[in-house]
Write a protein that binds this ligand. Sequence first.
Ligand code: C2O
Ligand code: CU
Length: 567
Amino acid sequence: MGRKVNQKGILLGFLVISFAKFLSCEAKTHHYSFNIKEAPYTRLCSTKSILTVNGQFPGPGLHIRQGDTAIIHIRNEADENITIHWHGVKQPRNPWSDGPAYITQCPIMPGKSFTQKIELSDEIGTMWWHAHSDWSRATVHGMIVIHPKSGDHYPFPRAHAEVPILLGEWWKSDVDAVLKEFKINGAPPNVSDAFLINGQPGDLYPCSKSDTFKLVVEYGKTYLLRILNTAMNNILFFSIANHQMTVVASDGSYTKPFQTNYISISPGQTLDVLLEANQTPNHYYMAAKAYHSNPIVEFDNSTTTGIIEYIGNYTPSSSPYFPENLPIFNDTKASTSFLASLRSLSTPVDVPLEIDTKLFFTFSINLQPCEKNHTCAGPLGERLLASINNISFLEPQIDILQAYHSGLLGVYNDHFPDSPPLKFNFTSNNLPPSLFIPNRGTSVKVLEYNSNVEIVFQGTSVVAALDHPIHLHGHSFYVIGSGIGNFNEKKDPLSYNLVDPPLMNTIAVPKDGWTTIRFKAKNPGVWLMHCHIERHNTWGMQMVFIVKNGKGLGEQMLPPPPNMPPC
Ligand code: C2O
Ligand code: CU
């Protein structure tokens, strides 16, 4: 009898312990419903209908923990095709849920649904989701906040509150019309009318006084700002009047904390910063504006603002203080030196040291002669395009993943070159027009499973030298070096940081400069790499990696889910 009770007691104890364990550290599965629908929004004195998720703009945030799973049920109630991408989430072995249209899936058609499974692994901090078809991501986007596992802590002082700061870009006209127009006429797209902070332009724009994001702070408290650049076409500078920020994470990975009075953030990039409310109680502007390295190219030179307001009894200054440290629009040095300050928190990192796949990619803006019986409005009456290694990406009719998985021929070729077809002085400001015309094709680069990959990204001055924020799907990469001018194979590797380089998924290659990244290709599947400046992307600054299956257990791509949207 006594023995029986004992056994029961042990069993009960076991159950209690495993339940507690389940509560504390077992990964959870979260379910979300995303209904894609049109909704009217008024900004800058004009109303238009925008594409949203659940009628919200910016879209709903996902709050999950490291290692959790999220199941997203997407229903397209709008009248255009759409896909959703989980930017920065690696999707181990599961490219089927990655989202880029015609790369890993065909679009979800109006009236149709698709369920995507987001399995987190080591990602931590701030990420986001956005539409990945046409230009829908202008309004179809939201934040993904990944908290530490329960029982785990942030490696920095606890913040009193966490504040999402989504930087955005707004056109008064319909974004889809902007896209259609420049695709037809070959010219640069119309520049936007405003930038936004959490969907609000701020009071420097006409009739936007009430459309200003306000953050109320308490003196002496610390706030964790999760800053995300969702803008379509611009890298942004962001600064807060009189306050320093301490950067603690970028792109879903911790960094060594460092103080700064401004940040430079690429479309696609995220930065987590600590803000200490340690100034004289008053109201202060936070402000963001474009970093635009080539004045020849037209851009939106406006400034979005939000207000930080201290609680308390005081007479505020007549208007909020404006950040003096916001760099001027073409300050390349400010952008590159900020990015160069990013370092991984832990040392040493697992950056690949023995490289077996060395690649050299050039990023160019191009021109193509106008079609017969057509007028083009690009420079020299031609059509603007963009390329990687002189190949301007052509979107296929059937997604590459499906073609790869089912062995369908004729959708893509695997001839993407390891280096550009022609070597020339890439950053010369006097290049012959013969270099302007790219090839066009749907080319992929096949990578062996577990290969150690190094890519030198080289910006060129073909047609127009600009910064290019390059984003890789399915992997994070270490940014081990960067510089201005042509990459020097002998000299530049000597300055590589192999000790604590930052782990990123989007990195701005400086105007007329280069950036070197390294990663291990350990995620079998089909993964897009592209410039996150949307107009460059539309012009073809994209390419695709296919990472082959490994031989071992758990080293193969998962089978497709049953409900993939048909082409
Ligand atoms: Cu942020 Cu290919 O995406
Ligand atoms: Cu670009």
